[in-house]
Design a protein around this ligand. Structure first.
Ligand code: NDP
Length: 806
């Protein structure tokens, strides 16, 4: 970069005057242009006739007269290329080609796959410059960021996951790849998102169909051109272009086994609905409105630089942007003053200029959307400070700060997805946590304080998948990333991210439920009692006052049980919600309670074995082994309660990232019919051991067995509301459970119809689901019915980044 010094006549001044004059001169210094050349990238586009079709089966495929989309450089509104839109036939071809290639790819072994991922990392590094320029041309982000952040981090993902491919056989036993995965990515980090998605899926032996955003497909096309040289077998990676309809067709394709989506919350919700009942795995990484919480004891100069990283990085087009600044009242004025001064020094303009801080928004649509949103939002109050006048001809939206807004202000609640910071204040620590959590999103947050005790106290209280202490927007392949609430579910990166692309190896299993003999053959048996529900630690009668008869295997009456309705379910959820301080109890206490439960249940072995025999028609041997396995399972989860610890990640920065498994909250459960005692404990125990509260809907066929457990629970010191049990018509209750806004996750073993309902309705508050068709596993087999698969479903990992050093 050339620095042009203005002429300075200093020879007649004393030293102090000379320094002052020099100081003044430096203030007036202009930056000269430091443009990165786009020649190589443009040549690559020309070589491809500025037209791209699809990358399917290892080849670029073009269709005559295909509909196209123009790819525009948003920084100057000129056309860069045309991309062809993949229609349903091409989507199908891509999925087929992935399906055909997948098994061979997996069977090639971890080491072979590691070599391919390693080769991809090396090839991206070799082409880093052209990829960075292409990314900047396509997206409008500053070259400084694509060159120094996006591409190096993408490379890191391939290296990191090459390592996991190598270690898969030894470290990830009893699991296998999901199969064909559909990956749909947005435009804000086109190449980095591609790497986040492709590298773990590829490493674990899956085959991929990826759809980039229509605005930014170019670096994905460049990547496709590297695949053959890296040794990716044809069909293992397919990349198709198109708009929303192409994405929708891909997500809903029946031969796709998993969908990984990053983008907006409404589209995430639509994908949840369109894939409901198809048995697909799903991860959703959606929007956010992340809090940036500053306490009075923070280092305010660091805070200012943190804000630059949090909201002006990538033009604020970052899902985890620290867009909501919450500052303690005593330092609000001074911090806002410092921020305005810093904002005025940001340079924004041509993204290819190496000394630019803020570049162009991704498109004129995005420019219009943000401009309108801010304009509309200001009608509800607030004061806007902007860097300079916006330039809509080039989509440069100015870095901005909005002050004087309260927590319900639309600009505080809605994701703007641009370089606009909203500022409000708080007085106490508790208020800070409450305000930070006052959002429907839960992707990320940062805490700023020089008091480590305070920071470490506040971080776990923030409802978000990632929390940064005294930093913001730090990422690494070794640390999981993903949200809670309407920010979606699932994690990308780290060991936890691998499980999103794996499924447990299971045996073929068929139900052992005995058919009930026709009523006419029922033996005469006294009805001993009507079993009640268990809600909030008390036995309760069903709201509707109705009971149903549960039959034994021989058709005789086993018991009458309450018939639950929507109100019973609502009461159970509300009791569970109230009991949520259970998650804060120590692992030791949870273990003690589970052991005590096991001890009390053991004392009633003879009685339960007999019930299992008569109710399920099991032999004495079968009933005894179900009972013994139930006690063993309680012991296992009592053991896990203080041992499922999380991890400390060794990311490449001076600090440590703690990956903490946290309780999910209220988990609703629809139980399978077979082995009713064992499956109830197999589901309830891991959830409770990890600090969740449970609403358990007993399988209709043997609900008497589960409700008999209530009297054991009552004497086992389980706090009221931690476990709630009701029974009734599953088809009627399941939709209420799945649609309930205070249930955070649903586990269901049911028929296809019920599963479809559960998955569809879960889209409302974007709750996690874990659904299975009945008889999917043998509950007696420890390997498939106990352990980390269940613990992972009972927890969500929060990554807390804690840098150290001055
Ligand atoms: P979208 O959610 O619309 O798009 C993300 C990806 O999904 C793109 O590849 C898009 O294709 C595709 N897509 C669109 N509709 C469907 C559908 N019905 N089924 C399957 N795939 C679909 O986000 P946008 O890119 O349009 O951005 C809109 C807003 O989303 C932003 O303003 C921002 O608020 C938020 N957003 C959040 C991101 C995050 O990381 N959390 C990232 C990007 C945006 P196509 O691009 O061709 O439409």
């Amino acid at each position: 970069m050339d620095i042009i010094l203005p002429p300075i006549d200093i020879q007649y001044l004393n030293l102090e005057q000379q320094i002052m004059k020099l100081d003044k001169s430096f203030e007036k210094l202009e930056y000269s242009k430091a443009l990165e050349s786009d020649q190589e990238a443009m040549q690559w586009l020309t070589k491809n006739n500025n037209t791209f079709g699809q990358f399917v089966g290892g080849k670029f495929v073009s269709k005559k007269n295909a509909e196209t989309i123009t790819v525009v450089n948003p920084a100057n509104n000129t056309s860069l290329a045309q991309i062809e839109i993949a229609d349903e036939k091409l989507v199908d071809l891509a999925v087929k080609s992935a399906g055909e290639a997948q098994e061979k790819w997996y069977k090639s072994g971890g080491h072979a796959r590691a070599k391919v991922l390693y080769a991809l990392a090396r090839l991206i590094q070799k082409n880093a410059r052209v990829i960075s320029v292409l990314e900047t041309l396509d997206n409008g982000k500053p070259i400084r960021e694509s060159r120094d952040a996006d591409i190096p981090l993408a490379v890191r993902h391939f290296y990191y996951h090459a390592g996991w491919a190598q270690l898969q056989d030894s470290e990830l036993k009893n699991s296998e790849p999901v199969g064909v995965v559909a990956q749909i990515i947005p435009w804000n980090f086109p190449f980095l998102m591609l790497a986040w998605k492709i590298s773990p899926a590829l490493a674990m032996g899956n085959a991929i169909v990826l759809k980039p955003a229509e605005n930014t497909p170019l670096t994905a096309m460049f990547f496709a051109g590297l695949c053959e040289e890296a040794g990716v077998p044809a069909g293992v990676i397919n990349i198709i272009n198109g708009a929303g309809a192409t994405g929708a067709a891909l997500a809903a394709h029946p031969d796709v086994n998993k969908v990984a989506f990053t983008g907006s919350t409404p589209v995430g919700r639509a994908i949840r609905k369109s894939t409901a009942g198809q048995g697909k795995k799903l991860t959703l990484e959606l929007g956010g409105k992340s809090a940036f919480v500053v306490f009075e004891d923070a280092d305010l100069d660091s805070v200012v630089e943190g804000v630059v990283d949090a909201i002006w990085y990538n033009q604020g087009e970052v899902c985890c942007a620290g867009s909501r600044l919450l500052v303690q009242a005593g330092v609000e004025e001074i911090l806002v003053k410092k921020l305005k001064a810093r904002m005025a020094n940001l340079r924004f303009g041509n993204p290819l200029d190496k000394s630019i801080d803020v570049g162009s928004l991704v498109s004129s649509d995005q420019f219009t959307q943000i401009s309108q949103m801010v304009k509309e939002g200001l009608k509800s109050g607030g004061e806007l400070f902007s860097h300079d006048q916006p330039d809509s001809t080039c989509n440069y939206y100015p870095p901005s700060i909005v002050t004087d807004v309260d927590s319900s202000h639309p600009l505080v609640q809605e994701e703007i997805f641009g370089p606009v910071l909203v500022v409000s204040s708080f007085r106490t620590q508790d208020e800070a946590i409450k305000l930070a959590n006052n959002t429907r999103y839960g992707l990320a947050a940062s805490v700023w304080s020089e008091n480590i005790n305070r920071a470490m106290h506040v971080a776990p209280g923030l409802i978000a998948g990632v929390v940064w202490i005294n930093c913001h927007n730090k990422f690494d392949a070794s640390c999981g990333f993903g949200g809670v609430k309407e920010s979606g579910y699932g994690r990308e990166g780290g060991k936890e991210g691998l499980f999103e692309y794996l499924k447990p190896v299971k045996s073929e299993y068929h139900s052992s439920i005995m058919p009930v003999r026709p009523n006419g053959l029922a033996s005469k048996q006294e009805i001993d009692k009507t079993l009640k529900f268990y809600i909030g630690g008390k036995q309760t009668r069903p709201d509707g006052g109705n009971s149903v008869q549960v039959l034994n295997a021989d058709g005789s009456t086993a018991a009458f049980v309450g018939l639950g309705n929507r109100k019973d379910l609502r009461n159970a959820v509300s009791a569970a919600k109230k009991a949520q301080n259970w998650s804060g109890k120590s692992g030791h206490l949870k273990a003690q309670i589970l052991y005590y439960f096991a001890e009390n249940l053991s004392n009633r072995k003879d009685e339960f074995v007999k019930r299992l025999q008569t109710s399920c028609g099991s032999s004495k041997k079968e009933a005894t082994s179900e009972f013994d396995e139930t006690i063993s399972r309680l012991f296992s989860y009592a053991a896990w309660a203080d041992k499922y610890d999380g991890a400390a990640h060794n990311a490449p920065y001076r600090g440590v990232t703690m990956a903490l498994p946290e309780a999910i909250g209220v988990i609703g459960m629809i139980a399978p019919e077979e082995q009713p005692l064992l499956n109830a404990i197999s589901l309830i125990a891991p959830a409770v051991a990890m600090g969740n509260c449970v609403v358990f809907v007993a399988g209709e066929r043997h609900s008497n067995i589960v409700l008999e457990l209530v009297s054991v629970m009552e004497t086992s010191d389980i706090p009221g509301g931690v476990i709630n049990i009701i029974a009734g018509d599953v088809k009627e209750l399941a939709p209420h459970l799945a649609g309930h806004g205070e249930v955070e996750s649903v586990w269901a073993w049911a028929d296809k119809e019920v599963i479809k309902d559960v998955e569809t309705l879960s889209a409302e508050n974007l709750k996690r689901t874990w659904c299975h068709e009945n008889n999917d596993r043998n509950w007696l087999k420890t390997q498939e019915s106990e352990g980390v698969e269940f613990l992972r479903q009972a927890t969500q990992v929060k990554n807390i980044w804690t840098p150290y050093g001055d």
